[in-house]
Design a protein around this ligand. Structure first.
Ligand SMILES: [Zn+2]
Ligand SMILES: [Zn+2]
Length: 281
């Protein structure tokens, strides 16, 4: 069945009918691929613009104080290939599911939604950690060396990668519909989250420091991936820090560094002397 015939919102975008056979399939896939590329480019421009403004307004939030990446616009030269491979893998998985070539997805409901999305995010984090460890292994490092040319990453570094690295990371989205009965809407949501969080992780400035990013909580932060670029052999994870904590690859000063970016609590002892009464004005 045609993908766009199945999802009425998108139906006007395709004149495909089942009798068109493989040509119809190819047309459907091309439209889906094109829509994915367009969505990624919109996110890229919006998130990139947001961080350019935020970073200019808050120079004190720069993570690597003495390093400035002067090649940030050059890094965008690799974005077309990276975006294409991301879109190819993502639309490939979605398309396979829509054709019924994968396991049947569950109907979207109040419990399947959070459960499937949560599972998929946890699985992707594990995938990313181990693929990343593999890319740091000597025989594979040549595919990852380009990404590490950015010792001080910027929001544009997210797509500074080789096609092989992009494919190894994004193959998750090709495979997951064959393993998890996840509704397509949640895959779209997860991909959107990945695009935004991938750029956030490379922003180079910590704007959202919070205790949720450090012990005992499992979430990562911008400092987390920034330290991966700055120190090279720590912090391989994506959304969570738990794989790094378990495998002993967390940077020893990660928690303390993140904490140093958190807004300072007002010092109550400065206004009220111990044992004194507060002003009665
Ligand atoms: Zn790396
Ligand atoms: Zn990176």
């Amino acid at each position: 069945m045609s993908f766009f015939a199945q999802y009425s919102l998108l139906a006007p975008l395709s004149a495909t009918v089942p009798e068109l056979g493989w040509r119809g399939l190819a047309l459907d896939f091309a439209v889906l691929f094109g829509l994915t590329v367009a969505a990624i480019l919109i996110v890229l421009a919006a998130v990139g613009g947001f961080f350019e403004v935020m970073n200019a307004r808050h120079p004190e939030r720069r993570i690597q104080k003495h390093r400035v990446n002067r090649r940030k616009w050059q890094e965008l030269a690799h974005a077309p290939g990276s975006v294409a491979i991301i879109a190819l893998c993502f639309s490939g998985g979605l398309f396979a599911q829509a054709q019924g070539w994968t396991i049947a997805p569950l109907a979207l409901s109040w419990w399947t939604g959070p459960l499937m999305l949560g599972l998929s995010v946890v699985l992707y984090d594990a995938w990313f950690y181990w693929v990343h460890r593999l890319l740091h292994w000597k025989p594979f490092y040549r595919f990852h060396a380009l990404h590490h040319k950015s010792v001080a990453p910027t929001v544009w570094t997210n797509h500074h990668e080789t096609l092989v690295e992009g494919f190894l990371n994004q193959a998750f989205y090709l495979l997951i519909p064959f393993i998890l009965p996840i509704p397509w809407q949640l895959l779209v949501l997860q991909k959107l989250y990945d695009q935004v969080s991938g750029m956030l992780g490379h922003a180079g400035f910590e704007h959202f420091a919070s205790p949720a990013g450090r012990t005992p909580f499992p979430f990562a932060s911008t400092v987390f991936h920034d330290q991966h670029h700055g120190y090279f052999k720590y912090n391989y994870g994506h959304t969570f820090s738990w794989w790094d904590r378990m495998m002993g690859t967390l940077h020893p000063r990660y928690d303390a560094t993140l904490e140093s970016f958190e807004p300072k609590k007002p010092d109550s002892s400065a206004t009220v002397e111990p044992g004194s009464k507060p002003d009665q004005t």
